[in-house]
Design a protein around this ligand. Structure first.
Ligand SMILES: Cc1cc2nc3c(=O)[nH]c(=O)nc-3n(C[C@H](O)[C@H](O)[C@H](O)COP(=O)(O)O)c2cc1C
Ligand code: SF4
Length: 485
């Protein structure tokens, strides 16, 4: 599937900056502990959630999942957020799940592996996600033969009032696009060109209408399991293209008291949080990931995000991890047989900006928004730590974000994928050995195709060495090479 590219394409290379000596690192803000609700992080470093596609089709923790997170744990970041993990007990492909008690043994092993591999240095959080159905893009023959519900509206627009359903289907499949635009509704056209996608506003679907009744308990049960499995906390996924972000979105027009005004859009997220908190108690970290800006036409902007973060912090969230964009609304049309991917359009670009960028570049693109949200929270007396993420890769950059009060914790996602030992190397004064991320988004392309995520900087190294686990295609190693100080 193609990716959207900014019109101005300037190449921006990640730079190492000046790496600190061990003494400078130990006196830095970055390697100072920070309180996060009832817990303490050993440093202000954070690996945000990244789906590596290592679970099996039942959503279980596999040996590959344990090895993956164990490898990140060895780098000893302050916090490691386990990938988006589904809270429902329903099949969702090789995406980790926490929606039933049978997942507990695997998840317990996972929390233990992070604790042991990091020698107790890293706090483990797990990201809890709910998402609605997104169907693959059908070919036109299949769509018109099986999926489209033929109505009198189609007959009227085609001027074929007496035609049977079958005749209408046969006409539609031969119609050029400019005519289809006139005959199909916007949702029907979307189902044809993108694949059908459920929305939180589809109140005619009972399951979606009842989300405000069902989701608080599902999130709460998942959070209780996370606690029982030994995680240090949960991150409620209120960001990107998924259910909770869709409730918060300015595009949410639900007429049932859970959409429309900002207050009503906040209602379900606050009810979910309240139920989770009541279920896990106050001595377990509960925070969320949310958008500093939806980055879509008609979406919520930074002003709204200030209000949203204020309400969530006032409710007692232990942290707010700020991302941006990543929406279906402006995603590109996928190939036939593939599903739309919310990181292909302009808002997806804002979420994971790559090295070909506009003049602003991909590095620290979300930091100004984090700073604005943090200062508004502090002015209102809310102390929830803010985690800034997006193109952060060198020490000077990370330290500046903290020293200037733009955020309390710095998240490195792709940089940690490129080199999970970044944290330990920098702390030990060995920053010169860091493998700098190139922000090519090779990893993101693998994520998009649901293939095991790896990094181009290390996945071809020593492929013939014995004991190196390989991806299903046999051409890439699954884990970064070891580094020992
Ligand atoms: C392969 C991959 C998988 C990701 N999966 C998730 C996810 O499960 N949940 C989430 O909130 N963000 C996810 N993200 C987004 C990252 O957490 C992060 O916000 C983004 O990559 C920008 O940070 P960076 O510039 O440090 O990489 C993913 C990113 C990548 C590259
Ligand atoms: S593949 Fe590696 S170098 Fe490229 S963006 Fe991903 S982590 Fe960075």
């Amino acid at each position: 599937m193609a990716m959207w590219r900014p019109l101005t394409r300037i190449r921006h290379d990640a730079r190492p900056g000046r790496w600190p000596s061990a003494e400078v690192a130990s006196a830095s803000a970055l390697f100072r502990p920070v309180r996060i609700g009832p817990a303490t992080l050993s440093s202000r470093t954070w690996v945000p959630a990244m789906v590596p596609w290592r679970a099996n089709s039942e959503g279980d923790v596999t040996a590959a999942v344990l090895d993956w997170y164990g490898r990140f744990g060895r780098g000893q970041p302050g916090a490691l957020v386990v990938e988006a993990t589904g809270i429902r007990d329903m099949p969702s492909g090789p995406l980790l799940r926490i929606g039933a008690d049978r997942f507990r043994p695997g998840l317990t092993d996972l929390a233990r592996r992070i604790r042991e591999s990091s020698e107790g240095t890293t706090r483990s959080f797990i990201q809890l996600i709910d998402f609605l159905r997104v169907r693959r893009r059908p070919n036109a023959e299949r769509y018109f033969a099986h999926f489209l519900v033929v109505t009198d509206a189609h007959r009227g627009r085609l001027g074929l009032n007496d035609a049977s359903d079958e005749e209408i289907r046969r006409v539609l499949v031969r119609l050029p696009r400019h005519r289809l635009v006139q005959v199909l509704s916007p949702r029907e056209l979307e189902a044809l060109e993108y694949g059908a996608r459920e929305r939180v506003t589809d109140l005619h679907v009972e399951e979606i209408r009842r989300l405000p009744e069902t989701l608080p308990a599902l999130f709460a049960q998942a959070a209780v399991r996370a606690r029982e499995c030994g995680f240090d906390g949960v991150e409620l996924h209120f960001a990107h293209a998924y259910t909770m972000a869709s409730f918060l979105s300015a595009t949410n027009t639900r007429p049932d008291g859970y959409g429309g005004s900002l207050e009503q859009r906040l209602r379900l997220p606050l009810e979910v949080f309240k139920r989770v908190r009541e279920s896990v108690g106050s001595d377990f970290v509960v925070g969320c990931r949310m958008l500093a800006d939806e980055c879509i036409d008609g979406g919520h902007d930074l002003d709204d995000a200030v209000a949203i973060s204020g309400a969530l912090a006032a409710a007692g969230m232990d942290f707010l991890s700020l991302s941006r964009g990543g929406k279906f609304d402006d995603a590109l049309s996928p190939k036939v047989g593939e599903a739309a991917y919310p990181y292909t359009g302009p808002s997806g670009y804002e979420c994971m900006p790559s090295y070909y960028s506009d003049a602003q570049g991909p590095f620290g693109r979300n930091v100004a928004a984090c700073a604005r949200i943090r200062s508004a929270l502090r002015a209102a007396g809310h102390m929830a730590p803010i985690i800034a993420v997006g193109g952060i890769h060198n020490f000077e950059q990370a330290e500046h974000v903290l020293q200037s009060g733009q955020a309390d914790i710095v998240g490195l996602a792709r940089q940690a994928l490129a080199d999970p030992d970044w944290f330990r190397k920098v702390r030990l004064g060995r920053g010169g050995e860091v493998r700098l991320c190139r922000y090519t988004n090779y990893c993101e392309a693998l994520d998009q195709r649901h293939r095991e995520v790896t990094c181009e900087l290390w996945d071809r190294l020593d492929l013939d060495k014995s004991g190196v686990p390989l991806a299903a295609d046999g051409k890439r190693r699954l884990l970064p090479p070891e580094w020992r100080p």
